[in-house]
Design a protein. Structure first.
Lengths: 298, 187
């Protein structure tokens, strides 16, 4: 299986653990990811607030750069995923708009034919293309004993309703249950982490994060699993700020789903990028799934 | 159902619709309130999306464009998926952000400054430079917060989660030409 890959800026720095664990898990499953050559930042949510056409053109440059041999593009970050998918859809939806975006791209000698590239998220690729049997065939150590809260956030499941149920998605739940993890019902699984709100207005941002943490505690989760670098960063790096703001004492490990999946595949802690999480995760894992940790070489 | 309050009101409503993909759905708002009820930041908004849309229809341009509503929007798309009338609410929030900036009515929010810093890095390097972004943004906008955020930055550095140098894409000239052309072509 071969896919084009758009890593996004976070994977280069703040979320190298996600990048490493994606690479390791895909290698283990025989999935080849071909990085889009010379890709640029997708503009996150910021560019749309300033200039609509520039925002679209900047995103479309990446779609235009996808290898002509490949038609499927995997984006691991929620904001990148939605930006790429939305621009493709809006161009397909409104030919006049597509012409305008292409007029801008032409200044750089590029062109994008709407609909040529299908934008996908890795969870969906593992869930649908690899499937239950393919995943289970690779399991070396069951994660039985580990209670995980799968967190989807907003922009992968909404506004498009074709990915999963936009209110209560289940794909990541199923994927993690296939490797033996105990998936807890997590009522806030598709609620918002605040995105860049942590930079703008801490009162609002911290309250959104508090709800996600409290809901995971109430569900009895040992760890929250993320599928977006922004969500992971907010929950992990700002957790102590949330604690001082509300006088709470959350110590919830926040991991990427690929890191935990990789443990079940018997991959090493190093390959999976462990050690860069800010809220310690290894003590909890050692306690809940000691055999898995003992098997995972550091 | 739509009250065309006055000539100016009509043009404001139509401008909002014209600048939003599928914006014409706004004419179908039934004022049910599902949007505000779904919004994680609803309680902190000057007007809920529902009220904001009534104000748009009433032609209350200045009231709408100086509201904090769109700046409190975190683009979670709950309202958009739940609206029984298929109104692209989140995209309308983006349109209102752009209009409010253009008309100099955005106030009491750091969001535009963050957006401009972000876009500056994108246009210069082709990538968002995280540490540079945070530093430049805080230095110019929130020097006090910078002191407070210092420990977090250090923690991030210690965990290898911040790059000290921006990465520049190879073909930055191509990206800049595309950006210049898009800005030329208008919104
Ligand atoms: S949910 Fe839709 S129809 Fe209902 S008030 Fe909001 S915008 Fe109007
Ligand atoms: S997209 Fe914006 S307005 Fe809509 S529910 Fe989310 S935060 Fe509120």
């Amino acid at each position: 299986m071969k896919y084009a890959f758009y890593p996004g800026c976070s994977l280069e720095a703040s979320s190298a653990a996600y990048a490493r664990s994606i690479e390791a898990v895909c290698r283990a499953l025989g999935i080849e990811l071909v990085e889009v050559d010379d890709w640029n930042c997708c503009g996150a949510t910021e560019y749309h607030s300033l200039h609509r056409l520039t925002a679209a053109a900047v995103i479309a440059r990446n779609l235009a750069l996808v290898d002509q041999q490949l038609t499927q593009l995997v984006a691991p970050c929620a904001a990148c995923f939605l930006n790429l998918k939305k621009v493709d859809h809006q161009m397909a939806d409104e030919p006049a708009w597509a012409d305008k975006v292409n007029a801008a791209l032409a200044a750089g000698g590029l062109h994008y034919q709407p609909g040529r590239v299908k934008v996908r998220h890795l969870v969906e690729v593992l869930h649908s293309d690899v499937g239950k049997e393919g995943i289970q065939a690779r399991v070396k150590k069951s994660l039985a004993g580990l209670k995980v809260a799968p967190y989807y956030g907003c922009q992968i499941v909404r506004p498009f309703k074709d990915w999963d149920n936009p209110e209560y998605p289940m794909k990541l739940d199923e994927l993690m249950s296939w490797v033996g993890a105990e998936v807890v019902p997590y009522p806030t699984k598709a609620a918002c982490c605040g995105g860049h709100m942590t930079q703008i207005s801490e009162a609002q941002a911290y309250e959104l994060l508090r709800r996600l943490l409290q809901s995971a505690v109430d569900a009895g989760a040992d760890v929250i699993l993320c599928m977006c670098p922004m969500c992971q960063l907010n929950l992990d790096a700002y957790q102590s700020a949330v604690n001082s703001y509300f006088g709470t004492n959350y110590r919830m490990p926040i991991l990427f789903f690929t890191q935990v999946l990789g443990l079940a595949f018997g991959l090493s802690l190093k390959e999976l990028g462990f050690g860069s999480e800010i809220v310690a995760a290894l003590p909890v894992l050692r306690q809940k799934v000691p055999a898995v940790l003992a098997a995972a070489k550091s | 159902m739509i009250q065309m309050a006055n000539k100016e009101g009509t043009s404001f409503l139509h401008q909002v619709m014209a600048e939003t993909p599928r914006g014409e759905r706004l004419l179908h708002c039934i004022q049910c309130g599902s949007c505000g009820g779904s919004c994680p930041n609803g309680p902190d908004m000057d007007y809920s999306p529902r009220i904001l849309f009534a104000l748009i229809q009433a032609g209350e341009r200045e009231k709408v464009l100086s509201a904090n509503t769109m700046w409190m929007c975190v683009s979670c798309y709950y309202c958009t998926t739940r609206c029984p009338q298929q109104i692209p609410i989140t995209d309308i929030m983006y349109t209102l952000k752009r209009m409010s900036l253009r008309e100099g009515l955005a106030k009491g929010t750091d969001a535009p400054a963050l957006a401009r810093t972000f876009v500056h890095y994108l246009a210069t390097y082709g990538r968002a430079f995280e540490l540079g972004l945070a530093t430049r943004f805080y230095l110019f906008n929130k020097p006090l917060a910078m002191v407070k955020m210092g420990p977090l930055g250090l923690k991030m550095l210690a965990h290898g989660r911040m790059s000290l140098m921006p990465k520049r894409i190879r073909n930055i000239g191509q990206l800049q030409a595309i950006i210049a052309k898009a800005q030329d072509l208008g919104d």
